[in-house]
Design a binder for this molecule. Structure first.
Ligand SMILES: NC(=O)c1ccc[n+]([C@@H]2O[C@H](COP(=O)([O-])OP(=O)(O)OC[C@H]3O[C@@H](n4cnc5c(N)ncnc54)[C@H](OP(=O)(O)O)[C@@H]3O)[C@@H](O)[C@H]2O)c1
Length: 253
C-alpha cells in the first residue's frame, strides 16, 4: 500500500547490501518509484533489487566509498536523475569477522576508510545536495557494535562509532534545512556480512531491519533507531558497566 509520506526517490550507497535491498523492497511496497543504485558492482545491485522490488525503476552507478573524489559527482548525478533525493540510504560496510588484534595496519586502514571515512565524505556531499532542495531523509546504517568496543571487533566497532557520531552531528547541523538524518543501530543481522558467524542474542534479519527503517522514515520524528528496539535500553546499561565486567560479558563475541 502506498504511503503518502514515504519517499518516491532514493539514492542507495552500497546497493548490493542485503539490508539495503530489503529496504528498497520495503519502501517499494510503500510507494518508492525509482532508485539510483550506487555500488562497486552495480550489475549485481540491479539484479538483487529487480528480484526483491520489481516495481522500483533502478539506475545503476558504479561507485566505491573509498574514492572520495567521486562523491560530489555521484550526489549531483543522482539528484539530477531523480529530480531530487527523497531518501539517501547508506549501507556501506565491512565486518572483517571479528579479527581483533589479528588485523594489521593495512586492514585497519581499509576498514576505517570503508566504514567511516568514505561514507562520511559521501554523506557530506549528499547532504549538501539535499539541503539545497530543502527536503529528504538520510538513513545511516550504524551498529550497536559502535556503542562499546569489544576486544574481538573493536576496529569495526570504532569505525561504526565514528560514522554514528558523524551522522548525529550532521543531523543536528541540518536542523532547519528540511533534511533529516536517521541513525539506525542494528544488532546482529543474518546477512552476507555475518555469514559463518553464530547469531548473537536478539539477532534479526534484513526484512525486519527494513520494516523498522521504513517505519522510522515515514513516522518523521525518530533520530536514533535500535533494531530490535530492546537493544537501545540494553546498551544504555551495558555502556555504563565497569570495563572488567564488560570484558566478561563481551567475551570473544
Ligand atoms: N549484518 C549485521 O549484523 C549488521 C549489524 C549492524 C549494522 N550493519 C550495517 O548494515 C550495513 C549493511 O550491512 P549488510 O548486513 O547488508 O551487509 P552486506 O550485505 O555485506 O552489505 C555491505 C555492503 O557494503 C558494500 N561495500 C563494502 N565496501 C564498499 C566500498 N568500498 N564501496 C562501496 N560499497 C562497499 C558492499 O558491497 P560489495 O557487494 O561490493 O562488497 C555491500 O553492498 C553495513 O553498514 C553494516 O555495517 C550490519
Amino acid at each position: 500500500m502506498s504511503d503518502r509520506r514515504a519517499p518516491r526517490s532514493a539514492l542507495v550507497l552500497g546497493a548490493t547490501s542485503d539490508i539495503a535491498v530489503a529496504c528498497v523492497a520495503e519502501f517499494g511496497r510503500r510507494g518508492l518509484q525509482q532508485a539510483v543504485l550506487a555500488a562497486r558492482d552495480p550489475a549485481a545491485a540491479t539484479d538483487a533489487v529487480a528480484a526483491a522490488a520489481p516495481d522500483v525503476r533502478t539506475t545503476p552507478r558504479r561507485w566505491d566509498a573509498t574514492e572520495v573524489s567521486d562523491h560530489r559527482a555521484l550526489a549531483t548525478e543522482a539528484h539530477d536523475h531523480l529530480g531530487g533525493i527523497d531518501l539517501a540510504l547508506c549501507a556501506v560496510g565491512m565486518l572483517g569477522h571479528h579479527a581483533g588484534r589479528a588485523m594489521g595496519p593495512e586492514q585497519v586502514d581499509e576498514m576505517v576508510r570503508t566504514n567511516f571515512a568514505g561514507p562520511a565524505a559521501a554523506l557530506a556531499a549528499v547532504a549538501e545536495v539535499m539541503a539545497a532542495d530543502g527536503r529528504g531523509t538520510i538513513v545511516v546504517l550504524s551498529s550497536v557494535a559502535g556503542q562499546r568496543a569489544r576486544r574481538s571487533n573493536y576496529v569495526y566497532g570504532s569505525s561504526k562509532a565514528g560514522l554514528d557520531v558523524f551522522a548525529q552531528g550532521l543531523g543536528d547541523a541540518l536542523v532547519g534545512t528540511g533534511v533529516r538524518v536517521v541513525v539506525v543501530r542494528p544488532g546482529f543481522v543474518v546477512s552476507r556480512m555475518t555469514e559463518g558467524l553464530d547469531p548473537a542474542p536478539f539477532a534479526t534479519d534484513p526484512p525486519t531491519v527494513a520494516r523498522t527503517v521504513a517505519g522510522a522514515v515515514t513516522a518523521g520524528h525518530r533520530e536514533v533507531v535500535p533494531v530490535p528496539v530492546l537493544l537501545g535500553p540494553l546498551f544504555g546499561v551495558l555502556r555504563a558497566a565497569p570495563r572488567p565486567l564488560w570484558r566478561r560479558i563481551a567475551g570473544d563475541r
